[in-house]
Design a protein around this ligand. Structure first.
Ligand SMILES: [Zn+2]
Length: 89
């Protein structure tokens, strides 16, 4: 996977990771191996589990959905306020 949790429970991209830190799988909380090659950089499980990667991608997708629905909310509120202002005028 491309992202993992560091010791501060912060999601870190493999590109921003350092070899001094320990990285943990956000799904199963297992310690991950940091593979930092020239052509490929990724975190992998010591036991080679790919389930977490699939689950994690789903989690990220769900987060995106929450984000976009929030944006729609903000837009709706903004439009609502404009309508209210017009009514007051
Ligand atoms: Zn895992």
């Amino acid at each position: 996977m491309k992202k993992a949790l560091n010791q501060y429970n912060k999601l870190v991209d493999i590109i921003e990771s350092t070899k001094e830190e320990v990285y943990i799988c956000p799904v199963c909380k297992e310690e991950l191996i940091r593979n930092f090659g020239i052509s490929r950089q990724y975190f992998s499980h010591p036991n080679g589990s790919e389930d977490c990667e699939l689950k994690f991608n789903l989690m990220l997708k769900n987060n995106e959905k929450i984000l976009s629905s929030n944006e729609i909310d903000i837009l709706n509120r903004y439009l609502q306020r404009r309508i209210e202002l017009k009514l007051q005028l």
